[in-house]
Write a protein that binds this ligand. Structure first.
Ligand code: FAQ
Length: 329
């Protein structure tokens, strides 16, 4: 008797869920935004929490390689631009943590996942920034790749993520330009400066291509994310767009992209490129890149050193609340 009752409830709820799923997909197909209080499949929520939080972590960890150069910027102008850029990245992380919180997770939980090494962040930030030209190349290639990936996210089906990305993309385009302009200046300088730029490009080119994720054949999340219009293009499509946009910029700059297989294909109108080293990519995202340990160590110590700020903010918020309650009484 008990089992029968349970089974019939399960059947009703399965039918119910199927109807909800169909209605949900129809909303996505009509390009309606999904908002925090709307019904959504558990897997859609999980995918968004995963992607948005990884994105937030990437912004916060991404502050570190550039932070390494603030005290050594070659002029006041460059220092001011670099500081502004790094502050922007911190801001992007905060918008994104807020967007993730609308899905029912707490920022504390997400930060714990980062600091305990459980959460991923973009592989690119596990490479070192060894010379000043790296700051320019991070702007040109890393922000360039980020923009290519993130402009379509402004049309993501989840409202809070899409809206956060509009402002993020505006700021990222300033970041990309400051990097490219910095490199243009260096390329007008001495042979040593030109070599420095070429060296930075040689080291950052392949890791920048890896930012788009594994190739489509092995990308486990792409098909669901495309169906749900979280992602609008596949990893390989975005990587190709990035290569096509970047090759002419490299020519203007006067640097060589370190890929002997790079060739223009008249039929497709695309630049064909060689295969990134996917074994290296896997090693880096598994925690074995050059800087993974250092990045986590730095984030943990920043978190610990900032504990008093979080405590003070909480005490201040409590004080404000009790003052408001007193004045309302
Ligand atoms: N690094 O099935 P897919 C920035 C993981 S922000 C590490 O293809 P999906 C700003 C992936 O998470 C840059 N992990 O996954 C800045 C998944 O693992 P999981 C960050 C990677 O989600 C600039 C597994 O591999 N941008 O640069 C990477 O459909 C300058 C299977 O992959 C974003 O996060 C990778 N490169 O596609 C700051 C944009 N690629 O979760 C400072 C939003 C893949 O199952 C200075 N994110 N994985 O354990 C996305 O668009 C997507 O999440 C992708 C991956 C494209 C990253």
């Amino acid at each position: 008797m008990y089992t029968q009752a349970l089974n019939s409830e399960t059947v009703v709820s399965t039918i119910d869920d199927e109807q909800k799923m169909t209605a949900f997909q129809a909303r996505i197909d009509r390009e309606e935004k999904i908002e925090p209080n709307d019904w959504m499949p558990a897997a859609y929520r999980k995918t968004l929490i995963r992607q948005i939080s990884q994105h937030a972590h990437s912004e916060i960890v991404g502050m570190l390689p550039e932070g390494n150069w603030v005290t050594r910027a070659p002029s006041l102008k460059r220092k001011a631009a670099l500081l502004a850029k790094i502050q922007d990245e911190g801001g992007h992380g905060l918008y994104l943590y807020c967007a993730a919180e609308t899905l029912g997770v707490t920022r504390e939980h997400l930060v714990d996942q980062l600091l305990s090494g459980k959460a991923k962040y973009s592989s690119i930030f596990n490479y070192p920034t060894l010379n000043w030209a790296d700051v320019g190349v991070v702007g040109w290639l890393v922000d360039g790749a980020a923009i290519m990936n993130q402009i379509p996210l402004c049309r993501c089906s989840y409202g809070p993520y899409a809206r956060a990305m509009i402002r993020v993309c505006k700021e990222e385009s300033f970041h990309q330009r400051q990097g490219y302009e910095l490199l243009l200046q260096m390329m007008k300088g001495s042979e040593d400066l030109k070599e420095m730029v070429q060296d930075a490009v040689n080291r950052m080119w392949w890791p920048s291509l890896m930012m788009f994720g594994p190739s489509d054949g092995v990308s486990e999340h792409s098909s669901n994310s495309m169906r749900w219009k979280i992602k609008r293009f596949t990893n390989d499509d975005l990587r190709q767009k990035f290569v096509d946009a970047t090759v002419p910029q490299a020519k203007i700059l006067g640097v060589t992209l370190p890929d002997p297989d790079l060739v223009f294909d008249e039929v497709s109108g695309n630049w064909k490129y060689g295969e990134p080293d996917w074994a290296e990519f896997k090693r880096v995202i598994a925690g074995h890149g050059v800087c993974n340990k250092q990045r986590l160590k730095d984030r943990i110590s920043a978190h610990e050193n900032g504990a008093w700020v979080r405590e003070a903010a909480l005490v201040y918020a409590e004080k404000q609340k009790s003052r408001m309650a007193q004045s309302a009484a």
